[in-house]
Design a protein around this ligand. Structure first.
Ligand code: NDP
Ligand code: GDR
Length: 378
């Protein structure tokens, strides 16, 4: 039986990857952080009672900032494949926690690679490093491919560039099977609530249900190449199944503004939004209602009014340095890995909206029953 170790198993990608590898017959070990509340929501459906026989999913407490912990877990688990997905992954937050981000995302990658080397596993254990389109940062060329120069624009991206190069270095220096997946933005119903897509899909549902009046966003003109996390975790696995260790760009090849993502999300509910104004004064207003669609989704169209402003700009979400445009060139992954995404942007938005509408309806029931509803700090 193949053995995989996933760091960041409680995150969006970790959860999908764990499920994917279990289906493939792997024994999956995951590293989770100690927290004062349960933090395993995304993987609870995969839980296996550790007292049963034939257990194939096991969690270990750990942290990428603790090398002795990593060495012990890798020694204990003897993995064939390590997927290093753990990271402080929020670009804006990295401006507030630059040192921690460098420690976890940059040096954390080194700790993991070094643990493999110290334990004499360089010829056994393959390592996947979660690299990112944020490495491209300030636009040097589009579309961005494996050969496009990097220009990181945040403490997060600078930390990840260390992770990228130390992975390449361990491959070249020690002959390790260590690869970077340079993944462009990928989203899903499991996406963290403070990333822009999930913030939008949740808010659109809440607004339609009368649970929220306005959605505040930052830069509406930023363009991202958004794919579905379910497709992207498959690419991670494919990268480690190749004959030769190499780095790959994973992207859809289509880019869209935040503004258009907002319009697409509201449209899923039968609400047409139009934007007007500039920069900080830009706003999104309801200009059309598809009463039939709203009714069919169990939403009350009489609560929604043409001319209502439902999206505004709050400059607190602007970043000190922004990445304006990401557009990936997935030619190498499509030809060499045979990777083919199943979701396009419309299908991604639809999947997220269906899930969030269900979730927010639950929230509505709680509210009507006098209970506290879901709130998140952004
Ligand atoms: P998430 O933020 O959803 O998950 C991050 C995971 O890392 C969580 O399990 C988190 O634990 C864990 N983690 C954070 N810090 C540490 C630490 N110091 N030690 C151990 N674990 C830690 O990210 P995604 O699933 O979206 O992304 C996975 C990886 O891919 C990340 O490295 C991200 O930077 C990278 N990436 C993501 C892209 C995307 O669009 N999603 C695109 C390109 C790269 P906890 O649950 O306790 O917070
Ligand atoms: P990103 O994702 O920074 O690309 O990093 P995020 O969804 O946070 O931002 C995308 C773009 O939207 C703009 N934006 C806002 N972003 C957030 N979070 N909140 C807002 O209110 C808002 N308004 C506008 C941002 O300025 C940005 O331009 C993600 C993470 O998953 C990284 O870990 C990963 O490496 C990259 O994707 C690829």
């Amino acid at each position: 039986m193949k053995v995989a170790l996933i760091t960041g198993v409680t995150g969006q990608d970790g959860a999908y990857l764990a499920e994917f590898l279990l289906k493939k017959g792997y024994f999956v070990h995951g590293i989770k952080r100690r927290s004062s509340l349960f933090n395993t929501d995304r993987i609870d459906h995969l839980y296996q009672d550790q007292h049963e026989s034939n257990v194939r999913f096991k969690l270990h407490y750990g942290d990428l900032t603790d090398s002795t912990n990593l060495i012990r877990i890798i020694q204990e688990t003897q993995p064939d494949e390590i997927y290093n997905l753990a990271a402080m992954s929020h670009v804006q937050v990295s401006f507030e926690m630059p040192e921690y981000t460098a420690n976890a995302d940059g040096i954390g990658t080194l700790r993991l690679l070094e643990a493999v080397r110290i334990l004499g596993l360089t010829q056994k254990t393959k390592v996947y490093q979660a690299s990112t389109s944020e490495l491209y940062g300030l636009v040097q060329a589009v579309p961005q491919s494996e050969t496009t120069p990097f220009y990181p624009r945040s403490p997060y991206a600078v930390a990840k560039i260390y992770g990228y190069w130390i992975t390449v270095n361990y491959r070249e220096a020690y002959g390790m099977f260590a690869c970077n997946g340079i993944l462009f933005n990928h989203e899903s119903p499991l996406r963290g609530e403070t990333f822009v897509t999930r913030k939008i899909t949740r808010a659109a549902c809440k607004i339609a249900l009368g649970l929220q009046s306005c959605l505040y966003l930052g830069n509406l003109s930023a363009q991202r190449d958004w794919g579905h996390a379910k497709d992207y975790i498959e690419a991670m696995w494919l990268i480690l199944q190749q004959e030769k260790a190499e780095d790959f760009v994973i992207a859809t090849g289509v880019t869209t503004t935040v503004r258009d993502f907002v319009k697409m999300s509201f449209a899923e509910l039968g609400i047409e939004i139009e934007f007007s104004g500039k920069d900080e004064n830009e706003k999104g207003v309801i200009v059309g209602l598809d009463v039939e669609l709203l009714n069919s989704l169990g939403l009350d169209p009489t609560q929604l009014f043409l001319g209502t402003t439902v999206v505004k700009v709050d400059p607190k979400y602007f970043r000190p340095t922004e990445v304006d445009l990401l557009l990936g060139d997935p030619t190498k992954s499509k030809t060499q890995l045979g990777w083919q995404p199943k979701y396009d942007l419309a299908a991604l938005v639809n999947d997220m909206m269906i899930a969030d509408l269900q979730l927010m309806k639950k929230d509505e029931h709680l509210k009507n029953g006098g209970f506290n509803t879901l709130n998140y700090f952004e």
